[in-house]
Design a protein around this ligand. Structure first.
Ligand SMILES: [Zn+2]
Length: 242
């Protein structure tokens, strides 16, 4: 049933499509073989920061403990974070192609992977607005598109969630985060983003969407600004976690 809904959502006609990854004739957006290659790295893990803080004493699960201490040490401004994949192997390969090699059509693939997870779909629908992490204008015009915005737009359209593309603006030109060390990343992005339309986010439950989560400095800085603007809850959604 979900498959039918997705085919309808993504406008895929049975027997008239090809796999978005390998190009072989296929009735769904992605063929079984390619799906299997991605399945190995699928996580759909939710980090519930609120719960972790509440349960601080008494976490016996080592994995959770590690996650807690990874984000702790600095104040975290979002409540929950979900990552769909580990940023490894084939996931990394296609994310890099999507980002730097002009393969904007892969936005369909990543949003399809997110929306076809029923649990995630239900969570996303319980939020008011989806906001992509913005790029500075010069970078966006040289690349031709903002990769997070493209996916966020599809999730908004197919999932029926209001799109908040113009709510944030990147006001400071920053060095590429991946070239910096942890502390430098934090200093690099401080005060780089502003919330332009405070009235649109006040008391709202927000999905903040980014492509990759590494140290989390960017989404944390933006979450801080959103909270200052009166946002009630923040759900960080990322495709992959490094
Ligand atoms: Zn394929």
């Amino acid at each position: 049933m979900l498959e039918l809904v997705l085919n309808f959502l993504f406008g895929i006609k049975k027997f008239h499509s090809s796999c978005i990854i390998c190009g072989k004739l296929n009735e769904n957006l992605i063929c079984m073989e390619c799906e299997k290659r991605f399945d190995k790295y699928k996580k759909f893990n939710i980090i519930d920061n609120e719960k972790l803080i509440k349960d601080k004493i008494g976490i016996h699960n080592i994995k959770l403990k590690q996650q807690y201490y990874l984000i702790a040490g600095k104040k975290v401004y979002w409540e929950k974070m979900l990552y769909c994949f580990d940023y490894k192997s084939i996931v990394r390969k296609y994310m890099l192609q999507y980002k730097f090699f002009d393969k904007s059509y892969l936005a369909n693939f990543f949003s399809y992977e997110i929306l076809k997870n029923k649990k995630v779909y239900e969570i996303l629908k319980s939020y008011d607005i989806i906001i992509p992490v913005p790029m500075d204008k010069i970078k966006k015009s040289s690349r031709g598109y903002n990769q997070t915005e493209l996916i966020s737009n599809i999730i908004s359209r197919k999932g029926g969630i209001i799109s908040g593309n113009n709510i944030l603006e990147k006001v400071k030109k920053t060095k590429t985060q991946s070239t910096l060390k942890k502390q430098e990343r934090k200093t690099n992005i401080e005060n780089s983003y502003v919330v332009k339309c405070v009235d649109k986010v006040k008391n709202k439950k927000v999905i903040l969407f980014d492509d990759i989560f590494t140290t989390g400095a960017t989404v944390n800085e933006i979450s801080k600004k959103l909270k200052q603007a009166g946002v009630s809850k923040i759900f960080v959604l990322v495709i992959a976690k490094d």
